[in-house]
Design a protein around this ligand. Structure first.
Ligand code: ADP
Ligand code: ASP
Ligand code: MG
Length: 456
């Protein structure tokens, strides 16, 4: 069994859809194919919803353009004798979309649940088109089998139930099965939800893990997992093999090629991931597994670098902060109870500070929680101040062998210093597989270029 996921970049145009068809129809194995919405469509669905709810009537033209795009693609990729049926399957979905847009335009509001229904239509439509394009394919509705539950204000996968439903519906053929990624429904209310932007990768991982697939193939628009973001570092190179942990570290720090939660379910089952290019299907791509071959790596210690923007740094200052173990324990406890996740921790005992980076959107809530938690220490001035700085980025240098590299942190610091990039915080051995820094967001591109140039 193989699970293949084709992202928006692979299903954006008729040309790339022909490649998808060729790839799937030439498989010898049973396969489940997970697809995203047509490239760029999710952004478009959201932007149009915002327009409609803000009273901008041009949402109607946007909607019509999206409808035309789907019909044009059907004409191109679905066999003529089947296209009429495909159009008839898409039509009610477009009607639903139009009604949702008209509704939010009328009430001049955009409730979160309605937005979730609107964005779900991207994958609901693309998965039908891809099914009808592929000979003998069977469509499965992801809303029926991918279930979520509330975790604070987020929807997270209800893993046990989802695993059971995947098995019940997909364990037996006929294959290939085609289903939409990203979309889901609440396990209690049945309301439409999703797994978060970029979440199709995660859908595919849940399916691969539940079916004990031999491999999870992530088909995208680059030749594999690269040593850095190719949109910034033009000479980034393909990583032949990497470990689950390395890929997890890079993705958590912003490598967009895989949505971070994706790795865990397959890692847990030791199912390898292969990243492949839909536009160059013969390229070997990147193999992510437990024990990657590392002999041919351009750098013995470092596999890749990545950066995550929109971060804030929260710093607590005062003599209590020198007890970094205790302050860290209490901090993580209070944040995790509300579903907040710090990304990188830095302490400096000599300066009596304890800092951590966290997503900007979670930072104000984190400060509020910490002020409550540490109210006694603030009162006694054992903690003098809890401050927050935003407009920052986290930068990670990743490699399983980093721990055995002599004086690596010093070397990385001097590369950044030579490039005149101020380091605002630096991990103190929080993980042995990555060294991470907090820098200003405006310095990200220069930092990645300087590090990549010096390392690879
Ligand atoms: P898809 O539509 O296939 O899900 P995404 O846009 O989500 O595609 O992810 C693929 C993109 O990730 C690539 O086009 C590339 O620009 C970007 N990217 C960022 N960092 C990396 C990296 N380290 N390796 C490969 N691609 C990366
Ligand atoms: N279509 C969704 C998005 O654009 C999910 C995905 O592509 O993985 O975020
Ligand atoms: Mg993606």
């Amino acid at each position: 069994m193989i699970v293949l996921k084709f992202g928006g970049t692979s299903v954006g145009t008729s040309e790339s859809l022909y490649n998808v068809k060729k790839i799937v129809e030439s498989l010898d194995d049973d396969a489940v194919v997970v697809v995203s919405a047509l490239g760029g469509l999710t952004d478009r669905l959201i932007a149009t919803a915002k327009k409609a709810s803000a009273g901008d009537k041009s949402y109607i033209e946007d909607f019509e353009a999206m409808a035309v795009r789907h019909y044009d693609i059907i004409n191109d990729v679905v066999a003529a004798d089947c296209a009429q049926l495909t159009r008839a399957r898409i039509e009610p979905l477009l009607l639903e979309l139009k009604q949702l847009y008209d509704g939010i335009s009328l009430i001049a509001d955009l409730p979160e649940r309605t937005l979730a229904r609107i964005v779900s239509l991207g994958e609901r439509m693309s998965s039908i088109i891809v099914t009808d394009m592929i000979a003998g394919a069977r469509h499965v509705n992801s809303l029926d089998i991918i279930k979520t539950e509330k975790y604070f204000d987020k929807n997270i996968a209800a893993t046990e139930l989802t695993e059971r439903l995947i098995r019940e519906n997909l364990n037996d053929g006929p294959y290939p099965v085609v289903m939409g990624g990203f979309i889901s429904s609440d396990k209690d209310t049945g309301e439409v939800t999703n797994l978060g932007r970029g979440g199709s990768d995660y859908t595919a991982a849940l399916v691969a893990a539940a079916l004990n697939a031999d491999v999870l193939q992530i088909w995208t628009d680059v030749d594999g997992f690269l040593t850095a973001d190719p949109r910034i570092v033009k000479d980034a190179c393909v990583i032949d093999e990497m470990s689950f942990v390395e890929s997890m570290d890079l993705c958590t720090f912003g490598a967009k090629v895989i949505y971070p939660p994706t790795i865990y379910p397959v890692f847990h089952k030791n199912i390898p991931i292969r990243i492949l290019n839909t536009h160059r299907p013969d390229a070997p791509g990147t193999l992510i597994s437990e024990h990657p071959a590392v002999e041919n790596r351009p750098n013995k210690y470092i596999v890749g670098i990545s950066a995550i923007k929109d971060e804030a740094l929260i710093t607590m200052r005062g003599h209590y902060a020198s007890d970094s173990k205790e302050i860290a324990g209490r901090t993580f406890n209070v944040l995790s109870l509300k579903g907040l996740t710090p990304h990188l921790v830095a302490g400096d005992n000599s300066l009596n500070t304890f800092s951590f980076a966290i997503a900007n959107k979670e930072a104000s809530q984190a400060v509020r929680l910490l002020k409550e938690e540490f109210a006694p220490e603030l009162l006694e001035a054992a903690i003098e101040v809890i401050e927050m700085k935003s407009g920052l980025a986290g930068l990670a240098v990743v490699g399983d062998n980093l721990k055995s590299a002599p004086a690596m942190t010093d070397r990385l610091v001097s590369i950044l210093e030579d490039a005149e990039i101020p380091i605002l915080a630096l991990t103190d051995k929080a993980s042995e597989t990555n060294t991470s820094f907090v820098i200003s967001e405006v310095d990200v591109n220069n930092a990645l270029l300087a590090l990549h140039d010096a390392i690879f």
